[in-house]
Design a protein around this ligand. Structure first.
Ligand code: ZN
Length: 254
């Protein structure tokens, strides 16, 4: 299901009051808010980046969110993840996250899945979604998510962090490059060391980009990869081009 097929749904009076200041932003408005309410997003990951993106999307009026992550809370999550406590060690991240996400917005539908993304469940996980947020920093999951994005022509906003830095970009098969245009090969590695506030920075930017796309403003980061350098507080940028020979998306016409 592409964005063009999204239907608008009416905001309730309570939602109109809740989002009045956001709807007063000149580039935004009520129509954008209605579109966001009618949208469903898949968030891949339940780590710090994913949790931040999820909170802002739900608080900002997203209609439906599906969050998937098969991993469990470990000690190394506690210093940067604002949901997790010591009592949660060993529990599924998605399950622990669910009550926090559900209480953010009573108008939203929230589903969490404590599952590892695989070729067997990727179709079910992406069904009905209008946008994918990849916040897993997992090359294999990214590969599967990208295949689904190509099949369904969905925008995918991806972010990952390491040390003091973070990268952010938007792929949109049919509109611009896909993940495999930029990274044709899988590169598997262990989770990097990173500073605690970085997931919040990256997740917030992902949510802003997702709201822009869902609200009809269009992507800001299609074909662009931003790198936040936390050692210098600089934003660097490089372009990501559609690869006409891409082994995943070359059959699509832009
Ligand atoms: Zn491609």
């Amino acid at each position: 299901m592409g964005l063009a097929k999204m239907t608008t749904s009416n905001l309730s009076p309570a939602e109109i009051t809740r989002y009045a200041r956001q709807m007063a932003v000149p580039e935004w408005g009520r129509e954008a808010q209605e579109r966001v309410k009618s949208a469903q997003v898949l968030i891949a990951g339940a780590g710090g980046v994913a949790a931040t993106a999820a909170l802002h999307l739900l608080a900002g009026g997203l209609g439906a969110l599906r969050l998937v992550d098969g991993s469990r809370v470990g000690l190394s999550d506690l210093y940067h993840h604002l949901f997790f406590r010591e009592r949660d060690l060993g529990k599924a991240k998605a399950t622990v996250s669910e009550p926090y996400l559900k209480e953010v917005n009573p108008f939203a539908l929230v589903e969490t899945k404590a599952k590892t993304i695989s070729k067997f469940n990727i179709s079910r996980l992406t069904a009905g979604c209008h946008l994918i947020i990849d916040a897993m920093h997992n090359s294999l999951a990214g590969f599967l998510l990208n295949q689904a994005a190509v099949k369904l022509r969905l925008p995918m906003v991806q972010a990952w962090g390491w040390e003091m830095h973070g990268c952010l970009t938007t792929y949109w098969p049919g509109q611009g490059p896909c993940l495999a245009c930029a990274y044709p090969q899988l590169s598997l590695g262990s989770p990097p060391a990173l500073m605690g506030p970085l997931p919040g920075i990256l997740g917030s930017l992902q949510a802003l980009e997702a709201l822009r796309i869902l609200g009809g403003l269009g992507p800001a980061l299609l074909g662009r990869q931003l790198t936040f350098r936390g050692d210098r507080f600089q934003m660097l940028e490089k372009s990501i081009k559609l690869n006409p020979q891409c082994h995943v998306c070359r059959h699509l016409k832009g």
